[in-house]
Design a protein around this ligand. Sequence first.
Ligand SMILES: C[C@@]1(CC(=O)O)c2cc3[nH]c(cc4nc(cc5[nH]c(cc(n2)[C@H]1CCC(=O)O)[C@@](C)(CC(=O)O)[C@@H]5CCC(=O)O)C(CC(=O)O)=C4CCC(=O)O)c(CCC(=O)O)c3CC(=O)O
Ligand SMILES: NC(=O)C1=CN([C@@H]2O[C@H](COP(=O)(O)OP(=O)(O)OC[C@H]3O[C@@H](n4cnc5c(N)ncnc54)[C@H](O)[C@@H]3O)[C@@H](O)[C@H]2O)C=CC1
Length: 204
Amino acid sequence: MNTLFPIYVKLDKIQVLLVGAGPIGLEKLQAILKNSPEANVHIVAEKVCLEVEILVNKHNRTHLSKRSFKESDLDKVDLVLVASNNRWLNAHIQYLCRTKHILLNVADKPSLCDFYLGSVVQKGNLKIGISTNGKSPTIAKRLKEFLDQLIPEEIDETLALMGQLRDSIQGDFHEKVKRLNEHTKNILENQLSARAKSDSLYDS
Ligand SMILES: C[C@@]1(CC(=O)O)c2cc3[nH]c(cc4nc(cc5[nH]c(cc(n2)[C@H]1CCC(=O)O)[C@@](C)(CC(=O)O)[C@@H]5CCC(=O)O)C(CC(=O)O)=C4CCC(=O)O)c(CCC(=O)O)c3CC(=O)O
Ligand SMILES: NC(=O)C1=CN([C@@H]2O[C@H](COP(=O)(O)OP(=O)(O)OC[C@H]3O[C@@H](n4cnc5c(N)ncnc54)[C@H](O)[C@@H]3O)[C@@H](O)[C@H]2O)C=CC1
C-alpha cells in the first residue's frame, strides 16, 4: 500500500531552497519551473552547471548563491530539495530540517526524504501526479507517457467550460453537485471514443 499523501503546492506563495546545481540539481529545478514558473527558488551550490545559470536568468523569482551551504540558508524557507554528492551534507541538512520542521527531499535518497517528487502528466489545467511509492520511478515515467498519449488535449477546453457552468449554476450545494455529476457522466467516454474514431480514420 502507498501511504503517501498527495498535495499540490503553490510554490509562488512559499520559499524553496535547492542545494546543488549539477545534473540532478538541474533536473529538480526543471521539474519545479515546468510546473510552477513563478516559484520562489533560492539555489545554493559551490559548482553550478551552465543550464542552471541560464534557467535562473530566465526566471525572475529564482536566484543563485555560488558558495557552500550554510545553516542560515534555511531561514524563512518552507521546502528544501537537496541534490548534492556529499553524504555528510545530506545528513546535516536532514538533521537541520527536522529540527526546524521544514519538509525535505534529498534526490535519490528515499530514507532522507519527507516527500518524493512524482511523475507529472499535464494538459492545461489538468495535472496528474504519479507515485510508485519509490518502487519504480521508471514505471512512473512510462505511465506518464501512456496517460499523456491517452488523454486528449480537448480535456482543457472541457475543464474551462465546466468552470463556466459551475459558476453559472444557481441553487443549493447539493443541487449543484447533482447537476454537475449528471452533466459529466459520460464526458470522458465520449472524448475517448471520439479520439479513437479519429485515430482509426488517421490509421486507415
Ligand atoms: C523515491 C524517489 C525520491 C525522489 O527523488 O523524489 C526516487 C528515488 C530514486 N530514483 C532513482 C533513479 C531514477 N529516477 C528516475 C526518474 C524519476 N524519479 C522520480 C522520483 C523519485 N525517485 C522518487 C520516487 C517516485 C515514485 O514514487 O515513483 C521522478 C518521478 C520525479 C523526479 O525526480 O523529478 C522521475 C521521473 C521523471 C519523469 O517523469 O520523466 C529514473 C528514470 C529516468 O531518469 O529516466 C531513474 C533511473 C532508473 C531507475 O533506477 O528506476 C533511484 C536510484 C538511483 C541510483 O541508482 O543511484 C532512486 C533511489 C532509490 O530508489 O533508492
Ligand atoms: N548524475 C546522475 O546520473 C545520478 C546522480 N545521483 C545522485 O544525485 C546526487 C547529485 O548528482 P549530480 O548532480 O550528478 O552531482 P554533482 O556532483 O554534479 O553535483 C553536486 C552539486 O552539489 C553541490 N555541493 C556539494 N557540496 C556542497 C556544499 N557543501 N554546499 C553547496 N553545494 C554543494 C556541488 O557544488 C554541485 O553543484 C548525487 O548524490 C548522486 O549520487 C543519483 C542517480 C543518478
